[in-house]
Design a protein around this ligand. Structure first.
Ligand code: NAP
Length: 320
């Protein structure tokens, strides 16, 4: 089968298409024929060797995919050949024609969700859900500010927050991104490159500030977030690409909490409950993953360049 292989950590050019032997499922494992694989920023950090997660070389990247069960190993009870699934991680990597998974890494993909959309589920939706409900403990009726709403996690956060009864405010850096955020559930959308957008945010919340901030670029925004968050508010750091200086007094005066979060820290128990919620949303149509671009598997290097560029619009997926 064809798979993307990485033999050394480095730039996008280390992503090579190769022929590798087809894996076969042992007991408790599921082999998935990948119809689409999701590309996440974290795949690029791992590829470059700077991430805490350092796979043994060579490896095939990717956590997110959707496809059909090709074969199920002995003792697998939830899946059989032909079933549509999305993956939440895998044993062999998802940038490939086949991905070997533990049974617990596979989840049913409802008929109404395409494979490309299915490849946009795990990292974005589980991250957004966990940040909003498990870390921020957000309660319907509160105001949620999605600081970076045009990309994968932001889109998921908007849909989840809107469906659950929050007042939702998002940001994007382009006009297309702002139109997208508005379509995906934001009651108001601001431009995170404009000079006074945080003043507009304060006005939109009647001077109070948002109760919850889901932050996609903390190294740029964290200190400013602390200056606008409501009293008793929570800032969840989802994304950060460097260091930032903050004034702790801003957090003191607001009784505000800064909450870090990493998808990789999600416990199996939490995962089970989040997948149940996400699965129900996919089935009912409340959650509708948005695919901005589909690229052939062989263009994984280009996908890694694109996913870090400004002007996000939903997800980038690779088609084997
Ligand atoms: P993405 O699809 O590439 O989207 C990036 C988002 O950040 C876009 O909405 C982009 O908006 C926005 N952005 C750019 N400049 C910004 C600024 N100055 N202020 C606020 N937002 C800004 O990436 P993603 O998959 O949504 O992930 C978002 C971030 O979270 C990434 O850094 C990723 O590594 C991280 N992440 C962390 C976890 C975790 O476990 N903690 C899980 C998933 C993702 P425009 O392009 O419209 O400017």
């Amino acid at each position: 089968m064809k798979a993307i292989r990485i033999h050394e950590f480095g730039g996008p050019d280390v992503l090579k298409v190769e022929d590798v032997p087809e894996p076969s499922p042992a007991a408790g494992q599921v082999l998935v024929r990948v119809r689409a694989a999701g590309v996440n920023p974290v795949d690029t950090y791992i590829r470059s060797g700077v991430h805490a997660v350092k796979p043994k070389l060579p490896y095939t990247p990717g956590l997110d995919a959707a496809g059909e069960v090709e074969a199920a190993g002995e003792g697998v009870t939830r899946f059989s050949a032909g079933q549509r699934v999305y993956t939440a991680g895998s044993l062999t990597g998802t940038y490939a024609e086949l991905a070997l998974c533990e049974e617990s890494q596979c989840h049913a993909l409802p008929e109404r969700v395409t494979f490309a959309q299915g490849a946009a589920v795990f990292t974005p939706y589980v991250t957004a859900y966990r940040a909003l409900f498990n870390r921020a403990n957000a309660r319907p009726g509160e105001t949620v500010f999605v600081h970076g709403a045009s990309g994968g996690v932001g889109t998921a956060a908007l849909q989840l927050a809107r469906a659950a009864g929050f007042k939702v405010i998002g940001t994007a850096g382009t006009e297309e991104g702002r139109a997208h955020a508005s379509e995906q559930g934001a009651h108001h959308v601001l431009d995170h490159h404009s000079e006074n957008y945080l003043e507009e945010l304060t006005e939109l919340t009647g001077g109070r500030g948002p109760d919850v901030i889901l932050e996609m670029l903390a190294n740029v925004n964290l200190n400013r977030d602390l200056g606008v968050v409501a009293k008793g508010g929570r800032v969840v750091v989802i994304g950060s690409r460097g260091a930032v200086e903050i004034n702790p007094r801003l957090a003191m005066t607001r009784d505000a909490a800064i909450l870090g979060m990493t998808l990789f820290n999600t416990s199996p128990h939490e995962l089970e409950s989040i997948h149940a919620a996400v699965g129900a949303g996919l089935e009912s149509g409340t959650l509708r993953p948005v695919v901005g671009r589909e690229l052939p598997l062989a263009e994984a290097a280009r996908a890694h360049e694109e996913v870090l560029k400004p002007g996000a619009l939903g997800k980038i997926v690779l088609i084997p």
